[in-house]
Ligand binder design. Structure first.
Ligand SMILES: Cc1ncc(COP(=O)(O)O)c(C=O)c1O
Length: 459
């Protein structure tokens, strides 16, 4: 039998992976899935506690989505949206997204990934400002620890060092402001509101230092996912938005993780009181059954772009697979299923159990902070609970915990020493208990190991 692990190590260039560590480790080769479970190629079963990469909301093997993909593939496997062509799934999905958006949206521009959609967002900000006669308004402000993708431009928006180092990004139109993480970055005695006020003040100072006439947009995830599941402190977006409005700066809301129910509302913007100018969606848009992303925007952004594109002869941006009909059909069906099966209600119903169990992990000796909302959360592992001292990253304590959970049959994700959990929406209360029982076991094993290695302070 072909050894897939050996072939993998020889031929697959893994994305977002520690290549050095992979040289000495076998990949986890996954071969099938059903509901919230997946199996590896040795027949071992796991709970997919991360919904893949925060994306498989309806679980695996959904009959209706498989059927939709099959039917659309047979009917019309491909046509495009360039130069006057269109197709029913692309049109109906755009109508649905515009109607669902939490602002007065009219237009939808399709892509294939969250990264390319955010790249589109940058280009739209530039095209728009050129069109309205403000050609200097081009800088984009993101936040430290943000994640907005890995294309040349969006890797720069992402505020995490591994996405910059050795790649020669960010480009010089990108700026970063504070990461809003109260547990780590608030000053002693500061309340959440005071902390938010300070961050809004820092943002205003940055904008003034740069010259407001050069700042086009601010991009933010409602909660920062890849940065470690960081929830905005009280009052954060209200105060940040007041600054953005003062200087006529657009707010791009990156809903790639939060969009379509993850935080308990259809949009993260609703959960955290954001008033976005435009929105980026991907992942849950199709429950990750097929790749598709979209930028949803208001008519006031679109309208000024019409005349300049006429002068040039083309709005020169788009992808062969922008609005791929099979992906669009599956996405439309996914959004219908969320409503038909009352999944937004289901997420809200399961959330108390999920968040109670998550909060209980905060009592674990290894956990500095347990944080989350809806069906997403993370625990931050620390060497000393009282002083919040982190482990030296070289010990890979988060990765160790992820490995222990995996050995016990639970897939979670280590982001440094934060360990995230983000299961499919279809998870039941009993399965939530199972997830957290396994998570706890993983933490206990990691604590025992860290103790033996002498990594726990104050022992
Ligand atoms: C908030 C956010 N934006 C953008 C992206 C990039 O999406 P993709 O990996 O589909 O390019 C991600 C991926 O995790 C994300 O979490």
């Amino acid at each position: 039998m072909t050894n897939l692990a050996t072939l993998d190590r020889t031929h697959v260039f893994h994305p977002n992976t520690n290549l050095a560590a992979m040289q000495h480790a076998d990949p986890l080769v996954l071969s099938r899935g059903e509901g919230i479970h997946i199996w590896d190629n040795h027949g071992k079963r796991y709970i997919e506690g991360m919904g893949g990469l925060w994306c498989t909301t309806l679980g695996y093997g959904d009959e209706e989505l498989a059927q939709t993909a099959r039917e659309q593939t047979k009917k019309l496997s491909f046509t495009h949206l360039f130069a006057g062509k269109s197709h029913e799934p692309g049109i109906l999905l755009a109508e649905k997204l515009a109607a669902m958006a939490p602002f007065d949206a009219s237009r939808v521009f399709y892509g294939n990934s969250g990264s390319d959609a955010n790249d589109t967002q940058i280009k739209l900000v530039w095209y728009y400002h050129n069109a309205i006669g403000k050609p200097k308004k081009k800088k984009i402000i993101a936040r430290q620890k943000a994640y907005h993708g890995t294309t040349l431009a969006t890797a720069g928006l992402t505020g995490l060092p591994p996405f910059h180092k050795h790649f020669d990004v960010p480009f010089d139109f990108i700026r970063h402001t504070d990461c809003p993480h109260f547990y780590r970055f608030a000053e002693p005695g500061e309340t959440e509101e005071q902390y938010s006020t300070r961050l809004a003040g820092n943002l205003e100072k940055l904008i003034l230092d740069e010259d407001p006439e050069t700042v086009g947009a601010f991009i933010a995830e409602p909660l920062m996912g890849v940065g470690g599941v960081l929830l905005p402190p009280e009052g954060y977006f209200r105060k940040i938005q007041a600054v953005l409005e003062k200087y006529d700066i657009l707010l791009i809301d990156d809903e790639v993780i939060c969009g379509f129910g993850r935080t308990g509302n259809p949009w993260g913007a609703q959960t955290f009181n954001m008033r976005p100018t435009s929105i980026t969606v991907a992942k849950a848009l199709s429950s990750a059954y097929l790749p598709i992303s979209a930028v949803i925007l208001p008519e006031f952004l679109y309208e000024p772009m019409v005349a300049p594109s006429g002068e040039v002869g083309l709005f020169g941006h788009g992808f062969t697979y922008s609005g791929h009909p099979v992906s669009a059909a599956v996405a439309l069906r996914t959004l219908e299923i969320y409503e038909e099966r009352k999944l937004y209600d289901h997420v809200r119903a399961v959330t108390p159990r999920f968040q109670t169990r998550l909060a209980a992990l905060g009592e674990h000796p290894l956990v500095g902070e347990a944080r989350g909302i809806g069906l997403v959360g993370a625990v931050e592992l620390v060497a000393n609970k009282a002083s919040k001292t982190s482990f030296d990253p070289k010990h890979g304590v988060g990765a160790k915990c992820m490995g222990s959970c995996q050995d016990n049959g639970l897939i979670v994700r280590a982001i440094g020493d934060a360990v995230a959990v983000c299961p499919p929406y279809i998870v039941t209360e009993e399965q939530v208990d199972e997830i957290f029982d396994l998570f706890e076991r993983g933490l206990d094993e990691t604590l025992a190991w860290a103790g033996k290695e002498g990594l726990i302070q104050g022992q």
